[in-house]
Design a protein around this ligand. Structure first.
Ligand code: HSE
Length: 307
């Protein structure tokens, strides 16, 4: 068996508007490559990254933290090095830390002969998220590992469901260059919710899931509305309301914050409309001189994979 493996781990968008900490989806072909190599001792080594300043301390890097959780459960004492080729800036809201956690557990599981199934890998990958944000949420790592749309039905015990992907659903994303730490974006949320908002929100989660099953684009769009998290977090994102209004004006079926932000994503039916939405989002930031990166993708139906 080889002692090294190269994997591709997709970027993901968590929450999908109404589904804070429970809904997420993977992007198609956008993500990071990782090379994981078994070492001769039991140390974890993070290879310095040319582009991004990643934590080199294995206790502070999500990949080694998640891999350690898996090895501990397997009762194996082995060390690995982790080398990353990232294309998305960390702190974007596009699940870059989850890509590394999920990629790491997937790769190590392959190297030790695949003792765990994909749903078990989600639990180990969550340990990376816990270290980083203070909470072991699975709405990024689940679509990372399973591909497509996923729903975390319950956390205790973890129950993750894969949802269908409508064929013609595209996503446009804009990432304005401001930093939002997930831990801060979690801390700023209220811990209690008014009943009327909860009612509106769970109606939308049900509507969104139904829309995915029925490939009903209009239902997906109107169900994305987030009554609880977006009104608070949007204050961290420059020109959020303007971007959202413009995206919808040019044809997006819905628009919301990607994960904990600052990226904003919009769904569109068809590539042509998604291109228009992407351009309109970029334009808003260009007009005021805020550097922003944009992306366009189908929903990535495949999760982490060996290259
Ligand atoms: N569900 C998480 C949050 C995703 O919104 O805080 C963070 O990437």
């Amino acid at each position: 068996m080889s002692n090294s493996i190269k994997v591709f781990s997709p970027s993901t968008v968590a929450n999908v508007g109404c589904g804070y900490d429970v809904l997420g989806f993977a992007l198609d072909g956008i993500g990071e490559e990782m090379i994981v190599t078994e070492l001769s001792d039991d140390k974890m080594v993070i290879i310095e990254n040319e582009k991004f300043d990643l934590p080199l301390n294995p206790d502070k890097n999500v990949a080694s933290v998640a891999a350690k959780a898996l090895l501990e459960a397997a009762g194996i004492k082995k060390g690995y090095s982790f080398a990353f080729n990232k294309t998305i800036h960390p702190g974007s809201g596009m699940g870059t830390s989850a890509s590394s956690s999920a990629g790491a557990v997937f790769a190590v599981n392959e190297l030790i002969g695949r003792p765990f199934n994909t749903h078990q890998l989600v639990e180990f990958a969550m340990e990376g998220e816990k270290m980083l944000s203070g909470k072991a949420h699975a709405d990024n790592v689940a679509p990372n590992l399973l591909g497509g749309f996923t729903l975390v039905r319950a956390y205790g015990p973890l129950d993750v469901l894969k949802l269908p992907t409508p064929e013609n659903l595209y996503v446009a994303i804009v990432h304005p260059q401001v930093v939002v730490k997930t831990s801060d974006a979690k801390r700023m949320l209220k811990q209690t919710v008014k009943l009327e908002k909860a009612v509106a929100q769970w109606g939308n989660v049900g509507g969104l899931v139904s829309g995915l099953y029925e490939s009903d684009y209009s239902l997906i769009g109107r169900s994305m509305e987030d009554h609880i998290v977006e009104p608070i977090r949007k204050l961290l994102i420059p020109l959020y309301d303007e971007v959202k209004a413009k995206a919808v004006e040019v044809g997006a079926i819905g628009c919301s914050i990607a994960g904990s932000g600052p990226s904003i994503f919009a769904f569109a039916e068809g590539k042509e409309t998604a291109e228009k939405v992407k351009a309109s989002m970029q334009e808003i930031y260009d007009e005021v001189g805020i550097l922003a990166y944009t992306y366009l993708s189908k929903i990535g139906t495949e999760g982490v994979r060996v290259l």
